[in-house]
Write a protein that binds this ligand. Structure first.
Ligand SMILES: [Zn+2]
Length: 261
């Protein structure tokens, strides 16, 4: 297959899969079924026609608004479709084994809806984090057998315990959702990569907190007034880095060892 054909296939497949992930991001926090009713406007509930269901294209053609009520379509849907298409193209050309690429796609399928839900609702629904843990464990068993399952289980446990302790002691800063999400990430990456995941998540989280501080100084009624920074998206970013660059953790670990104490 030529590169162009691979790119177009990844773009189309990403648009379709991203459309489903967008539905997850919108419906799961509301406790709605993801199967029924069919796709509809989230404002006026009018069902979408076939021509309104084409990923990416429908959103561009409608100018991002519902045809019946002219309200803005929730950004979760186009964000999911565009980012999943982009991600599939990235994975298609990534110099990695088939297993590594499959793990990335599976991980992304949990990371994207959880990230979008955490940004809007400040929570990480158990149905998605628990499914993420189960998928990580099953995938490791499927690709590496009993040894893989053991490594994956260790990753889940070591990811869960420290964040769960922080969540119990300081519930305003972190929730149990973060602990279960890091457990799922650990089930995909194994325990060795968790130092990289946490380092990437906390450093980008601190940078974002500084940025938020300047955009919206404390006490001022700016665009971020009264908003807390969710940690889930930064954990997702850490998991993505660990799975995309499996060698990176060794560089980080060897530098941490070299720091004279
Ligand atoms: Zn509508």
């Amino acid at each position: 297959m030529t590169d162009l054909l691979i790119g177009i296939s990844a773009l189309v497949a990403g648009g379709i899969w991203g459309s489903f992930l967008g539905v997850l991001a919108v419906r799961v926090p509301q406790g709605l079924s993801i199967a029924t009713p069919g796709s509809r406007c989230d404002h006026c509930f009018s069902p979408l026609t076939i021509s309104e269901l084409i990923p990416l294209i429908s959103w561009i053609r409608s100018g991002g608004r519902c045809r019946s009520c002219a309200q803005r379509i929730l950004p979760e849907i186009p964000i999911s479709e565009f980012s999943t298409s982009f991600f599939f193209i990235f994975v298609a050309f990534l110099p990695a084994s088939l297993e590594e690429r499959a793990a990335l796609v599976l991980f992304f399928s949990f990371a994207l809806p959880l990230t979008l839900i955490d940004i809007r609702h400040h929570r990480l629904p158990h149905i998605l984090t628990f499914s993420g843990i189960a998928t990580g464990l099953f995938f490791s068993f499927f690709t590496m057998g009993g040894k893989g399952l053991l490594i994956s289980g260790e990753g889940a446990l070591i990811g869960f315990i420290p964040v769960a302790i922080v969540a119990l002691l300081y519930s305003r800063g972190m929730g149990m959702g973060d602990a279960f999400w890091l457990a799922a990430i650990g089930a995909f990456t194994g325990p060795m990569n968790l130092s990289l995941v946490l380092l990437a998540a906390s450093s980008t989280g601190i940078l974002a907190a500084f940025a938020a501080h300047y955009i919206n100084p404390p006490g001022k009624r700016g665009p971020l007034f009264g908003k807390a920074l969710p940690f889930g998206p930064f954990l997702s970013l850490g998991g993505f880095l660990a799975l995309t660059f499996p060698g990176l953790v060794h560089v980080i670990n060897s530098h941490i060892m070299e720091i004279p104490l």
